[in-house]
Design a protein around this ligand. Structure first.
Ligand code: FAD
Ligand code: NAD
Length: 476
């Protein structure tokens, strides 16, 4: 056993929560270490967490490649562009994705060097007294002690007992980002964010994709008007989404995975070549906490924290996917920054009410704030304004007229309560809603700002004007 090394801050996990917390702590003059257990595809340590290795970045790389292919095969003809027998080389596509992942995971190593964050590659366990023991990949152990420990252990895929991951036929996101060829038939359990994004990737490349969703409603977390439009567009694309489908069996046989599920019509069966299970993620706390730390884990497996990400144990904080709140990279990073600043004696806070959501399908889906359904159930008086992309010159010129923007404002104060979008580039447009809400703005504030023409963001402008029934380019 090596002697104890002392730091001001030790971070467990180098995902977007942990690596950002470590960099910010180091920027603030704190002697900081960051521990991460993950290895890349090449077997070498890879920083960046789920997001950089097997989440946000690689999924967006494949979404972009498959979108280019889909546009070439389905959209370019309208522009007068044709190509003979376009082909997709899945190996090249996955190789491009791996290159991007390596660029970004390697980038974190460089940022750690530049900011003097000391990395440790191995598995960290928190012990009482803010001591973290790290089992390194070479088998050695180091012991770190710090005034403050930030736990940013992230999350793992939930496995279904009857559909265990085998890394080949039944996979989670990790496997579905690395298929070596386009599966002829792809089954997906769960019509959530991963199911829709990765289902879209393989559908665009030619898979027959069937998504089995246990709940009777589609995308319940989104505003109902947005879910309706998105469901219509996905149906047009040929994504077969079966709602109220409860899967009970998944057997691997020679000719594929045989699924049994029950829906409103009774027991059904389906055979697929690959099965992606995407039914949510669970906080990664296994082996993380030794006895006696005092850190509490709730019934959902999350580390319990207060609104400042403090665990209640002196000097122990937790951020990102392993605590309450949405499992999103930007939420994890903002919490990491806030905690580093609180440790340094600065004010740090994350407003969970203005964390934006984006689903990178085609059309994209995005929102911030309350849905109309939430306003109703919470008894908040509200008014809405919406505007379709079909009436926006830029969207039509781009041949992407599907979707709408809906602004929800308080009926009495006009304060913006939520902005809900489905359409082209709404992953960017949602931020005008986030900024308005952060500045406690009103729909009228958005309506009176001058937006460039022709621009997709004019749809947000017109939706804000529609709240007061004064949109210009539609009947109110
Ligand atoms: P993680 O990124 O999970 O990082 C935790 C790190 O800690 C990991 O590297 C892990 O190996 C390490 N670790 C855990 N325990 C220990 C330990 N005891 N010792 C040492 N190391 C440990 N979010 C978005 O906002 N936008 C997206 O587009 C998006 N796309 C996604 C696509 C997919 C397919 C998936 C799966 C997720 C996606 N997410 C997206 C979610 C996003 O990846 C997570 O919310 C984010 O990574 C959480 O960050 P984190 O730092 O809390 O945890
Ligand atoms: P999810 O919570 O988004 O969706 C899971 C879906 O599976 C839900 O619709 C749920 O009703 C359904 N489900 C659960 N159990 C089921 C069962 N037994 N049979 C059929 N359906 C079942 O989870 P996910 O898609 O696994 O993604 C995990 C998290 O990762 C997301 O919640 C999100 O926070 C994050 N993520 C974000 C992005 C993004 O921001 N663009 C992309 C991917 C993942």
């Amino acid at each position: 056993m090596s002697e104890q090394q002392n730091f001001d801050v030790v971070v467990i996990g180098a995902g977007p929560g942990g690596y950002v917390a470590a960099i910010r702590a180091a920027q603030l003059g704190l002697k900081t270490a960051c521990i991460d257990a993950a290895l890349g595809k090449d077997g070498k340590p890879a920083l960046g967490g789920t997001c950089l290795r097997v989440g946000c970045i690689p999924s967006k790389a494949l979404l972009d490649s498959s979108r280019q292919f889909h546009n070439l095969t389905h959209m370019f003809a309208d522009h007068g562009i044709s190509a003979e027998k376009p082909k997709m080389d899945v190996g090249v596509m996955v190789g491009r994705k791996d290159k991007i992942v390596n660029q970004f995971t390697g980038g974190i190593t460089m940022l750690f060097k530049a900011n003097k964050v000391t990395p440790f590659h191995g598995f960290g366990t928190l012990h009482a007294g803010n001591v973290v023991k790290v089992k390194q990949h070479d088998g050695s152990e180091v012991e770190l002690k710090a005034a403050n420990v930030i736990i940013a252990a992230g999350s793992d895929s939930i496995e279904l007992p009857f559909a265990k991951f085998d890394g080949d036929k039944i996979v989670d996101n990790v496997g579905a980002l690395d298929f070596t060829e386009v599966p002829k038939r792809l089954g997906v359990i769960g019509a959530g964010v991963i199911g829709l994004e990765l289902g879209s990737v393989w559908k665009r490349l030619g898979s027959e994709v069937t998504i089995l969703e246990a709940l009777p409603g589609f995308l319940a977390a989104a505003d109902a008007d947005i879910s309706k439009v998105a469901a219509r567009e996905f149906k047009k694309q040929g994504l077969d989404i079966k709602l109220g489908a409860k899967v009970s069996k998944a057997e691997i046989k020679k000719d594929g995975v045989h699924l049994t599920y029950t829906d409103a019509k009774g027991e059904q069966s389906l055979v697929v070549d690959k099965l992606l299970v995407a039914v949510g993620r669970r906080a990664a706390t296994k082996g993380l906490l030794a006895d006696g730390t005092g850190v509490k884990v709730n019934e959902r497996g999350q580390i319990e924290v207060d609104e400042h990400c403090h665990t209640g144990v002196d000097g122990v904080w937790a951020v990102g996917d392993c605590v309450r709140g949405p499992m999103l990279a930007h939420k994890a990073s903002e919490e990491g920054i806030a905690v580093a600043e609180l440790i340094a004696g600065l004010p740090g806070h994350v407003n969970l009410d203005t964390v934006p959501w984006v689903i990178y399908t085609e059309p994209e889906i995005a929102w911030v704030g309350k849905t109309e359904e939430q306003c109703k159930s919470e008894g908040i008086p509200y008014k809405t304004g919406s505007f379709p992309f079909a009436a926006n010159g830029r969207a039509v010129a781009m041949n992407e007229p599907a979707g709408l923007v809906k602004v929800i404002a308080h009926a009495e104060t006009d304060r913006v309560l939520g902005v809900h979008l489905c359409g082209p580039n709404v992953s960017e447009l949602v931020h005008s809603g986030v900024i308005t809400m952060e500045f406690k703005g009103a729909a009228d504030d958005l309506a009176r700002i001058c937006f460039a023409h022709p621009a997709l963001s004019e749809v947000v402008h017109e939706a804000a004007m529609a709240v007061d029934k004064r949109a210009i380019h539609k009947a109110n």
